[in-house]
Design a binder for this molecule. Structure first.
Ligand code: FES
Ligand code: FES
Length: 154
């Protein structure tokens, strides 16, 4: 039988309350509550486009159950006042690292996590961090350039 429960998740510094079923993913919860900046790609943990930070750690939100996130903290690309996120977004624009833009929210969030863990990654470490995030448009070069540029100012 499918359990339905009320949960509360802190998203971008605001508490969001909602009813979820036992199988509801964090991705579905976020999108259903207006956080449509979190994109749904494969839905199977393969493309990285749904990446968010959960208690500071990058996760693919399509693979996390919303029930497991009750009371915890999520950050998406739209969080305001986050200097590192802002710097990454500006660099993605100036380096042309976003074309169709579908992968961009996931790319920026994985980069946000990487630069918190390792503020001066080399290009190989950047590529390694991006290995779970697929982009059909850019060839990755410009994405790596944008992240490397952001890391210079840290
Ligand atoms: S939609 Fe989550 S990894 Fe592809
Ligand atoms: S910019 Fe189109 S998938 Fe990456």
């Amino acid at each position: 039988m499918s359990e339905t429960r009320e949960i509360k998740i802190r998203v971008n510094d605001k508490w969001v309350t909602g009813l979820v079923k036992s199988g509801t993913t964090l991705l579905r919860f976020l999108r259903d509550n207006g956080f449509t900046e979190v994109k749904e790609g494969c839905g199977e943990g393969e493309c990285g486009t749904c990446t968010v930070l959960l208690d500071g750690k990058a996760v693919t939100s399509c693979l996390v159950l919303a029930l497991q996130v009750d009371g915890r903290e999520v950050v998406t690309i739209k969080k305001e006042g986050d200097q590192l996120l802002e710097a990454l977004k500006e660099a993605f624009v100036s380096y042309g690292a976003s074309q169709c833009g579908f992968c961009t929210p996931g790319m920026v969030m994985i980069a946000r996590w990487l630069l918190t863990e390792n503020p001066k990654p080399n290009r190989e470490e950047i590529r390694d961090a991006l290995s779970g995030n697929l982009c059909r448009c850019t060839g990755y070069q410009k994405i790596v350039d944008a992240i490397e540029h952001t890391s210079r100012d840290l």
